[in-house]
Write a protein that binds this ligand. Sequence first.
Ligand code: 3HC
Length: 296
Amino acid sequence: MASDKISRVGVVGAGQMGGGIAEVCARAGADVLVYEATRELVAAGRARILRSLDRGVSSGKLTEREREDAAAKLRFTCDLGDFADRQLVCEAVIEDELVKIQTFADLDKVVTDPGAVLASNTSSIPIMKLGMATQDAGRVIGMHFFNPVPVLPLVELVTTLMTSNHVSARAEAFAHDVLGKQVVRSADRSGFVVNSLLVPYLLSAIRMAESGFATAEDIDKAMVLGCAHPMGPLKLTDLVGLDTVKAIADKMYEEFKEPLYAPPPLLLRMVEAGRLGKKAGHGFYRYTEAGAGKQG
Ligand code: 3HC
């Protein structure tokens, strides 16, 4: 078995979450290989990570030298076959069960280290379903990061009935000792700890706006000023992405059949309309390049 210390990381998907995970791994000194399906997606993912590193410099979190060192640790590929030597792979593709299952089936064939950690950043899909797509479910675990990944210090670690103790210890050591994240452990239940609490709250806020109870701006203002939340629930829904919130709610509803997890019609209509939140420039608010959120 290879050395326990993880220094070679693979990240599948260079979107909002994958890009953030790749960035924090590179900033921690790991050699990071990022997969995206096309050259266009690679270019967009690379640009997003470099913008975030620039933001780290402009906010005094990183020196110019640290930004250059992190950027030099990042490589990109459109061939998952390049992941053969990875000791940890974090999957961060879209929140779609079939796409994730296929990704784990592919990773299982490619990654050669029998003690490698095959981690999913899923918010809501039971990790066991991904483990069973592989020949060795002992390698599969949930490592759930939070958006923006460079800022939020939590990783939820989700072990299944099959995850080996070695893999869970290796993943926890990497998240805590290398990335400097705080780790909480959750059972393998859709939504884990954070989304089991957060998603009903976000959906309640959407229902409140939908019923005309209060405006989006006032709902957000109320929670920021009344409860000291860093942002209100509708702005947070925009940040996470309405399609992602819907996908998580669907999975949690499928698992528990609780009405509080059922996505309200307004959320469904906005997703159908392409009003997916900040990444689309329009959700509960409108966004300019500068990222300002105006109601509309
Ligand atoms: N890279 C590095 N640093 C960043 C950054 C980035 N991409 N984005 C923000 N920062 C830093 C800033 O430098 C700043 O640092 P400072 O306070 O030391 O100066 C700090 O983070 C706050 O940023 P800003 O002052 O620019 O902006 P805000 O004060 O408006 O904060 C926010 C923005 C960090 C997004 C804050 O509003 C926040 O934490 N919101 C809540 C986010 C949240 O709840 N995320 C969880 C979503 S759920 C999830 O991800 C799970 C999934 O499964 C759904």
